[in-house]
Design a protein. Structure first.
Length: 191
């Protein structure tokens, strides 16, 4: 059992008979006779739906163990991503919808962490930053306008916005969680 005031992102809990993964947890202490509250954003492990909920700070919740296992991505087929445990060679299929739009960034043989709750996969942990190549974008513009962005398509097919000076073939660093351009990768020549 864990007090609601001790909830942290990444934990899993059982609440109202359902399993949830804690995505966000903010504790706000109370004042005077008012008790504190933990404001959370929860993801239902079974249905994938998101839920915002506030708990009284002293409420006890059942904590469920989250197991992290490194797995190798094999391939994606019809919205299903296949992974293999490199130690046991056991294969597992995880719906791309569970991974989210980041599923398109998976490359064959990429090792990622897969989180399990009670034997069921609940999330795939991609790196925070990936170096990716621009497959297609408009020709570079060297105007001194910092706030103008243009669309670009990555080799994986993901569409993002990049600054005007980026050209087709450039390698950039991508914020994976938000699918946003960070900067040009080191070691790539500037034009």
């Amino acid at each position: 059992m864990v007090a609601a005031s001790q909830l942290r992102a990444g934990m899993a809990i059982r609440f109202e008979g359902q399993l949830y993964k804690v995505l966000v947890a903010d504790y706000h202490p109370g004042q005077g006779k008012m008790g504190g509250a933990a404001h959370t954003r929860l993801k239902n492990v079974t249905t994938g739906t998101l839920r915002e909920h506030s708990f009284r700070a002293e409420l006890k919740l059942e904590e469920v163990e989250v197991q992290k296992t490194p797995m190798d991505f094999l391939y994606e087929d019809s919205g299903q991503c296949d992974f293999m445990n490199p130690e046991t060679f056991e294969q597992m299929t995880i719906p791309a919808a569970l991974i989210g739009p980041q599923a398109k960034l998976l490359q064959p043989e990429m090792r990622v962490g897969v989180e399990f709750v009670e034997g069921s996969p609940v999330s795939v942990l991609l790196p925070e930053v990936l170096e990716v190549r621009i497959a297609e974008t408009a020709p570079p513009s060297h105007q001194q306008v910092d706030s103008v962005w243009k669309p670009a398509r990555l080799e994986s097919g993901v569409e993002i916005l990049v600054p005007q000076f980026i050209k087709t073939g450039d390698v950039i660093r991508l914020d994976v969680a938000n699918l946003k351009y960070m900067d040009r990768a080191k070691g790539t020549g500037r034009s």
